[in-house]
Design a protein around this ligand. Structure first.
Ligand code: C5P
Length: 322
């Protein structure tokens, strides 16, 4: 795996401040198996990073504390405490390298909604791993960081890689995929997040009740048709293959999402899906003008708190040189 960490490592010894930009993600397909003995679900998913970014700045502290502050549109929803995923990532990195004396202050400018199904927390964890490894001048490789990332959260490895990728296992076994073209999306956001564990618990109930057929964990073809369509670069071929096994669960917990999905497709989107565990809904559109039309309709709905037009794919966590 390669991402732009190694090229800038040499800067680390002199840099007292490192800035990293990291994208939100949408799961274009999310196929979910029944809960395993480890309490997790095996997945087959196609991630795509979208051009909506958090920015994290890591600054050396004189002491060994690891602290975080957040600002930006979605800052009020992030805990400034040790359970913050960005802090956990820095702690895990320091522990892995046995360098307990290194401190850092992380400041996060948040644009990605928290608990929105777009990897808002995982993005900051990935940014923290990359930023701290450079700031502390640690002898890491991209593969090292991806390994550490998987222990922090299922979406964190993808956030390092970005672009378009197939995810297996818990979602953390990430393999870059070929995708052509650029895609236009409208995102419909809700101010109230959805808890990922509760969405998975609802999925479990639906499986037990026979309402949802779970993925066979060893199914090799789970996302093949979608990956073929992405290689063609044709949004009209991609649209009917979008799908999310957690969508029914998210809609059961938030029935208004069904109305949002219906309104977006009626307004001209090629397709609409719940992103990850929701509640963000993502609408694929044929063009930017189409996306603006869909946005205008969605913006007027009382069930929608905020709308954004974004393109994909976007790069994964990247150093910002200023
Ligand atoms: O790995 P991550 O911390 O992102 O997962 C959050 C929660 O989502 C887990 O505690 C688990 O309940 C659920 N989950 C799951 N199967 C996955 C990924 C997440 O059940 N593959």
């Amino acid at each position: 795996t390669e991402f732009p960490a190694s090229g800038a490592r040499g800067l680390g010894a002199v840099d007292l401040r490192v800035r990293v930009r990291v994208p939100a993600k949408v799961n274009l397909a999310l196929r979910v198996a029944a809960r395993g003995d480890d309490g997790y679900h095996q997945l087959a998913t196609v991630f795509q990073a979208v051009a909506l970014f958090d920015e994290l700045t890591a600054e050396r502290r004189r002491d060994d504390a690891i602290t975080v502050t957040t600002r930006g549109l979605h800052a009020h929803r992030v805990d400034d405490d040790p359970t913050n995923l960005a802090v956990r990532a820095a702690v895990a990195l320091r522990h892995h390298f046995g360098t307990a004396d290194l401190g850092v202050h992380l400041s996060i400018d948040k644009s990605i909604p928290v608990a929105g199904g777009m990897a808002g927390g995982s993005a900051d964890a990935a940014a923290s791993l990359l930023a701290c490894s450079v700031l502390w001048d640690l002898d890491t490789t991209p593969d090292d960081l991806v390994q550490l990332a998987a222990d922090i959260g299922s979406d964190v490895p993808f956030e390092l890689v970005g672009g378009t990728a197939l995810g297996r296992g818990r979602g953390g076994d990430v393999m870059p995929a070929l995708a052509r073209g650029n895609y236009h999306w409208v995102l419909a956001l809700s101010d109230r997040g959805l808890s990922t564990p509760s969405v998975y618990a609802c999925f479990d109930e639906q499986v037990d009740a026979g309402k949802v057929v779970p993925l066979r964990p060893d199914d090799p073809d789970a996302c093949t048709a979608l990956l073929d369509a992405l290689a063609s670069g044709d949004a009209a071929r991609v649209a009917p293959l979008l799908g999310n096994d957690l969508q029914e669960a998210a809609c059961q917990l938030r029935p208004e999402l069904r109305e949002v999905l219906a309104a977006g497709t009626a307004a001209g989107a090629l397709a609409g899906i719940v992103s990850g565990s929701g509640p963000t809904c993502a609408f694929l559109c044929a063009s930017q003008p189409d996306a603006y039309l869909v946005q205008t309709v969605l913006r007027s709905l009382e069930q929608v708190d905020e709308t954004l037009c974004v393109t994909s794919p976007a790069p994964g966590a990247q150093l910002v040189v200023s």
